[in-house]
Design a protein around this ligand. Structure first.
Ligand code: PNW
Length: 482
């Protein structure tokens, strides 16, 4: 059965956003062309042993040169929206507005104008993991200085592109950036400081996000009438044994320490979840830390973080079964703070990467959870996808099934649970540089041939079927309006 026959497209509103997403470092290439400054991912991927087979994003999909091809792919899918990110160091090579790179501005102007010229709405992420290296030298996201610098960059972007860009995402997945970049050392900048740096980094990211939202609100909103948010990723966590109160509490802590860490300050209370504060404070005593030293406090002198999102931008990939972890006395780590242990559910197939267990029902549950705990926000699913590893399969039937099941779950969330879902963005438009996995893991709706200079794009079967859903929805809404 084909995807297009199964998804209940009539449930989606006429203005539902059908999109796909990419990120600059993963697709653009041209890492040192036309005045681009280096980012932390250039340095990280050029360091031996960091990425699968020492691959890097020097060329990637070559989208800097092949944007016309990407636009054709977007049109082929019939997308109404396209999410991509700016390479900060392509626009501002040293990260500051002291010098603006005109070729960077020209590139993104062309992308934006081509999209809007075809009635495709751009959604722009200001920074998707690739901090300018010059700012890393100044302390990166650990330094409180970053808040001002990020605000100047964002204002520059609003001024330059905001007449045409109406959807802004300040930062992508601060939780992943902080945890993988500053505790696990698996992502740039590759720091391993267990149980400490990640909270400071997360804190500065929240402060920077809030500052930028307030800047937009005060200086741009009345003229540009756009929306600003932050993309938060979350797993859906369930207790391993729903009858065991310790497991139930552990699953809740898992949610608090992942989604709640960033969603609670922005959408619920203006501060971190109570369970994070109390657990970390209790462990600080045990570990001889001064109160507040690991999980920072929000200052009363700064504009509030609460309410600094005009919609909820959700990246969802996987679900977890969780049980209470055995205590780890003396251990300094995020996992020990969280006190929750992941177990695997053998009925959920693993796709491509080891962390990605496929469970589309988890998305529906997570959407309801966000509705209940975050004041029923408008939600855009800004990333969701299915990985392929090993031999290329253009007839990717398992991914087709995944999109069919997922979109059906989203339709149930809208129709049966009353969740205000406004859009869905598949990750990703193209196979691309999948961070530590290099090019060995493929998320695209289009295959990219990385062995050839042309980097030819070929649609996967899942891309064709996604296009069919979008077309059927557009046909349906046209029909119902007539
Ligand atoms: C997201 N994890 O990152 C990113 O926003 C994308 O750039 C990326 O390509 C996509 O998901 C697929 O990985 C994640 O280890 C990276 O749980 C790692 C994890 C989750 C999301």
């Amino acid at each position: 059965m084909s995807l297009s026959k199964d998804v209940s497209v009539e449930v989606f509103a006429a203005d539902f956003a059908w999109g796909a997403s990419t990120a600059a470092y993963q697709v653009e290439g041209a890492w040192d062309l036309d005045g681009r400054g280096p980012s932390i991912w250039d340095i990280f991927s050029h360091t031996k042993g960091r990425v699968f087979e020492d691959q890097n994003g020097d060329v990637a999909c070559n989208s800097y040169r092949l944007w016309d091809e990407d636009l054709r792919c977007i049109q082929h899918l019939g997308l109404t929206h396209y999410r991509f990110s700016f390479s900060w160091s392509r626009l501002l090579p040293d990260g500051t507005t002291n010098y603006v790179n005109p070729k960077g501005v020209a590139y993104y102007n062309k992308v934006i104008n081509d999209l809007t010229g075809k009635a495709i709405t751009p959604m722009v992420t200001l920074n998707h993991f690739d901090l300018p290296q010059a700012l890393e030298h100044r302390g990166g996201w650990k330094s409180p200085e970053i808040v001002d610098v990020f605000d100047s960059y964002a204002r520059f972007c609003f001024k330059t592109f905001g007449d045409r860009v109406k959807f802004w995402i300040t930062l992508n997945e601060p939780q992943i950036y902080a945890k993988l970049g500053y505790e696990d050392g698996l992502f740039a900048p590759g720091v391993k400081e267990k149980g400490s740096a990640l909270y400071l980094v997360g804190h500065n990211m929240l402060r920077a996000h809030a500052r930028v939202w307030h800047s937009y609100h005060a200086h741009f909103r009345h003229l540009q009438r756009g929306k600003v948010s932050i993309a938060l990723n979350s797993d859906w966590a369930m207790p391993s044994d729903p009858g065991c109160p310790e497991d139930v509490a552990a699953a809740q802590r898992y949610m608090d320490f992942s989604l709640g860490w960033f969603a609670c300050p922005v959408f619920c209370t203006g501060d971190y979840p109570e369970s994070m504060r109390s657990r970390i404070e209790a462990r600080n005593l045990e570990l001889d830390f001064v109160d507040g030293q690991r999980l920072p406090k929000f200052s009363e002198d700064e504009p509030t973080v609460l309410g600094t999102a005009d919609f909820f931008a959700l990246n969802y990939y996987t679900s977890r079964k969780v049980k209470q972890a055995s205590p780890r006395p003396g251990e300094l780590s995020f996992a020990a703070d969280q006190g929750a242990e992941r177990t695997t559910d053998p009925s959920w197939p693993i796709c491509g990467v080891s962390w990605l267990a496929v469970f589309p029902e988890g998305l529906r549950k997570l959407l309801s959870y966000i509705k209940e705990t975050c004041n029923n926000p408008a939600i855009y699913i800004t990333e969701n996808g299915f990985a392929q590893m090993g031999p290329v399969e253009l007839e990717d039937l398992d991914r087709c099934q995944f999109y069919r099941d997922t979109l059906q779950e989203v339709s149930k969330a809208i129709r049966d649970d009353g969740v205000n879902v406004k859009g869905y963005f598949a990750w990703s438009l193209l196979d691309n540089f999948e961070w530590t996995h290099g090019f060995s893991v493929r998320f695209g709706l289009f295959h990219v041939d990385f062995s050839r200079d042309e980097r030819s794009r070929t649609v996967y079967r899942s891309g064709r079927e996604y296009a069919a859903v979008v077309a059927r929805h557009r046909g349906h809404t046209k029909f119902s309006k007539d």
